[in-house]
Design a protein around this ligand. Structure first.
Ligand SMILES: C[S@@+](CC[C@H](N)C(=O)[O-])C[C@H]1O[C@@H](n2cnc3c(N)ncnc32)[C@H](O)[C@@H]1O
Length: 341
């Protein structure tokens, strides 16, 4: 796909007439990194971290590692004296993503998946402060008895140090499915708490439009809009105002198939942690939590088992600081590879 850019200029700064304009590409430079082994191999040459290594950010104190969420010692190493007040985790969902079963987004039997989950949850909870929030994105595979969401929820009952706080559904605009079924538009977000952490109420941009809920206040009949503190509605536990990421959005990171919307992660961070606090994400992928933390003045400790995704996470932060852009849209996060793609 290409797009005409009407303000293209030549070397002397003159606007190029439409007939002479170069067509610019508006497709992503490559497909899913986790799926394309050749591309993944090429990208490994450009990764600054090897498995087990940690990058330290000297500007805001973030850390990014190539580590394994199931290994306790990896948490000790990356966290040091940091004690996160919030964990936002988006593990592989144990569903076949986009018809591909790939190394780190793979589908295994549900028992193995729950063993994997038990390990990383145990590690993660141990290192949180005593009053903390713990969020997990997860899915239910309708073609496989809705696993692993209910299995994961039941497994979580083993962890008496946390209690369920909420169950959020993000309603995607676009979905998938056939005309014979309800369109699949949901993403599930589990919210647990450890101890009694503070919570800061957030608001959406959605105006309050429903009138007619009347109540007597000091002898006067008032309508609900008169009594409300805000012009807009609270997100509640069904979020309908967040666009899922696609290649035309600034925040898009080409090659990252499982990227979460920045707005969703920022909402979690702003409601469930305080400025200056530390946020942990054990499944970095495209680095969304790192960018959200940078923008919300939190220190983020994050890692991914795959050096390519850890590299993308670091590059996304550098790119954000350099350009103010939250992603690459359809442009290439590895421009040094442009000629060989
Ligand atoms: C669903 S994605 C996370 C998406 C992320 N929230 C974002 O917005 O980009 C899951 C990531 O977990 C990583 N992963 C898989 N197993 C892991 C493990 N044992 N430890 C750490 N990361 C792992 C995968 O490489 C993948 O990048």
């Amino acid at each position: 796909m290409t797009e005409n850019i009407t303000t293209q200029k030549d070397l002397f700064g003159n606007v190029v007439p439409p007939s002479r304009q170069r067509k610019r590409r508006t497709t992503e430079p490559f497909g899913r990194i986790d799926k394309d082994e050749n591309l993944h191999k090429k990208l490994l040459d450009y990764c600054r971290l090897k498995p087990g290594e940690i990058w330290e950010d000297h500007t805001s104190g973030h850390r990014v590692g190539v580590l394994d969420a199931t290994i306790r010692e990896h948490y000790e190493r990356i966290l040091g004296s940091y004690k996160p007040a919030l964990a936002v985790n988006d593990p592989p969902y144990n569903v076949v993503v986009g018809n591909s079963n790939t190394k780190h987004l793979s589908k295994v039997d549900v028992k193995t998946y729950i063993e994997f989950s038990r390990k990383w949850v145990l590690n993660c909870l141990e290192f949180l402060v005593k009053d903390a929030h713990f969020y997990v994105w997860l899915g239910a595979d309708v073609r496989d008895n809705f696993q692993p969401l209910p299995d994961f929820m039941i497994m979580m009952r083993e962890f008496s140090e946390v209690s369920p706080r909420n169950y959020i559904t993000v309603r995607n605009q676009r979905g998938y499915g056939t005309q014979k079924n309800w369109m699949w538009v949901r993403q599930e977000l589990l919210h647990y708490i450890k101890g009694s952490p503070p919570f800061t109420v957030q608001y959406t941009d959605i105006p309050k439009i429903l009138r007619g809920y009347y109540k007597q206040v000091n002898g006067e009949l008032t309508e609900n809009l008169q009594r409300s503190k805000s012009e807009t509605i609270r997100p509640g536990n069904v979020w309908v105002d967040i666009q899922q990421v696609f290649y035309r959005m600034e925040e898009n990171v080409p090659g990252c198939y499982a990227q979460k919307p920045l707005k969703a992660i920022e909402r979690i961070i702003l409601s469930s942690s305080q400025p200056g606090e530390c946020v942990l994400d054990c499944f970095a992928h495209s680095g969304t939590t790192l960018i959200a933390g940078e923008r919300c003045d939190r220190q983020v400790i994050t890692f991914d088992i795959d050096p390519v995704f850890a590299e993308i996470t670091i590059r996304r932060l550098e790119h954000y600081r350099r350009t103010g852009r939250t992603g690459w849209q359809w442009h290439n996060p590895f421009p040094e590879l442009e000629d060989t793609l």
